[in-house]
Design a protein around this ligand. Structure first.
Ligand code: UGA
Length: 432
């Protein structure tokens, strides 16, 4: 099938490449000239394990191409995926749909034959109806169908999540469009995955409700971790003990520094705002947002307690700064509030991040990047393990920790408190 992904951000680029890999002809189109130029020259704008090789392979096989010409890409394709961003509108907290509607207008002007228009961007309920309204006015009087097909890819695991999905959700009441979407996904749904078709509005809500639920699970376990810390209980035991109940499940019960990234914070805010429009209060999700926002204060207080309130002029090393491992994404990373707060209290920060220095810290004095772990940790008074990259999991502590009084604060519970105690290291973690 001939596909066009409009928007070559995370969603468009990963899904477009994976669709090409299962045999489709795909154009990834974007108005960003620089992005397309660099993709054409083989430079990938995001860090995602396995993506670069997959792009190369499919470009070489002539199944994948990049273009700045959105109109032409639409005209050449049978299925158009809208994959543009829906950032939080800072005034209203709702998802900002201006890019989605801009793209819909471009599609309207290029509807030269029947096409299925698919929203992969995360969009509030009724967006599909609005896109349909825009397309109705197309001058060709062509037939089309607007379908919702939310994505459930995790950064860092995106290719695997695409190829072996827990489910593929397609929202449409139209049998022709459903048939087309089902045959598009056939190569992967054959592998025991679940294909679920429903109404367009339900598919739109499934995406928000799923992210809000996962964010709730994380905030819940983080609050239980707070309780564990003052009651001498190991949060990992609680997570395992709860997760063995299949009604609860063991995934997304890892306590940590709070959820970040480009999805959970934005989508929890958007679903609450959306519900308000329908005069419904999503009290649980509202509380989750507050709980997660409050997490950085709890962590800061804990750091100050661990350091006996002496962070002024102390060197604090951060291992990892992105919102989680296996991504270069800094959006809503917990350290974006923690690091400036520590600097305000007089601390000097040295950070090592496997995906390189981060522009977010360029303007903060006393924050320096180190190109390796040793450079970050050798003079540190406190080492904070902020993300769970593999290279932090087997640290040679004799080599990296030169200061005898150094303290480790492991925000991802990578190490065993007992083993650290045996080694004589002052070690703190989350909920243990
Ligand atoms: C999330 C969802 O997991 C995807 O299904 C969805 O498609 C995506 O958002 C999206 O809407 O595009 P992502 O933001 O890439 O994916 O990352 P996650 O692996 O879900 O992690 C989100 C945050 O939760 C991270 O800060 C992570 O450290 C944190 N987390 C996750 C925990 O603190 N504990 C856990 O047990 C799991």
């Amino acid at each position: 099938m001939k596909l066009c992904m409009i928007g070559t951000g995370y969603v468009g680029l990963v899904s477009g490449t994976c669709f090409a890999d299962i045999g489709n002809k795909v154009i990834c189109a974007d108005i960003d000239y620089e992005k397309i130029r660099s993709l054409k020259s083989g430079v990938i704008p995001i860090y995602e394990p396995g993506l670069e090789e997959m792009i190369k392979r499919n470009v070489n096989q002539n199944r994948l191409a990049f273009s700045n010409n959105i109109s032409e890409s639409i005209r050449k394709s049978d299925i158009i995926f809208i994959c543009v961003g829906t950032p939080t509108n800072k005034k209203t907290n709702a998802a900002d749909l201006k890019y989605v509607f801009q793209v819909s207008n471009t599609i309207k002007s290029n509807l030269n034959k029947y096409k299925v228009i698919v929203t992969k961007s995360t969009v509030p309920v009724t967006t599909g109806d609005k896109i349909e309204k825009i397309l109705k006015k197309n001058k060709f009087r062509t037939k089309y169908d607007v379908v919702s097909n939310p994505e459930f890819l995790r950064e860092g695991e995106a290719i695997r999540d695409f190829v072996v999905p827990d489910r593929v959700v397609v929202g449409t009441n139209n049998t022709k469009a459903l048939k087309i979407m089902k045959s598009l996904y056939m190569p992967i749904i054959k592998k025991n995955s679940r294909f679920f078709s429903t109404s367009r509005r339900a598919a739109e809500l499934i995406k928000y409700a799923s992210n809000a639920f996962l964010a709730t699970k994380i905030s819940f376990i983080n609050e239980v971790a707070n309780l564990c810390e003052v009651s001498g209980i190991n949060i990992e035991d609680v997570s395992v003990g709860m997760g063995l109940d299949q009604r609860i499940g063991d995934r997304f019960l890892r306590a940590g520094p709070g959820y970040g990234g480009s999805c959970f914070p934005k989508d929890t805010r958007a679903i609450v705002t959306l519900a308000k429009k329908f005069k419904i209060n999503l009290n649980i999700v509202s509380t989750v947002i507050k709980s997660n926002d409050n997490r950085s204060k709890i962590l800061l207080d804990r750091i100050l307690k661990i350091a006996k309130n002496k962070v002024n002029n102390k060197t604090i090393a951060f291992l990892g700064t992105t919102f989680k491992a296996n991504t270069d994404d800094m959006r809503e990373s917990p350290c974006l509030t923690l690091i400036p707060s520590l600097v305000k209290k007089g601390a000097k920060i040295v950070y090592y991040e496997p995906t390189g220095p981060k522009k977010e810290f360029d303007k903060i004095k006393k924050v320096h990047f180190s190109k390796d772990i040793l450079g970050a940790t050798k003079k540190a008074d406190l080492v904070i393990i902020h993300t769970e990259w593999n290279e932090f999991k087997q640290l040679n502590l004799n080599k990296y920790l030169k200061n005898k009084n150094v303290i480790i604060y492991d925000m991802r519970n990578i190490y065993s408190p007992e083993k650290m105690k045996k080694k004589g290291i002052k070690y703190y973690s989350i909920g243990r």
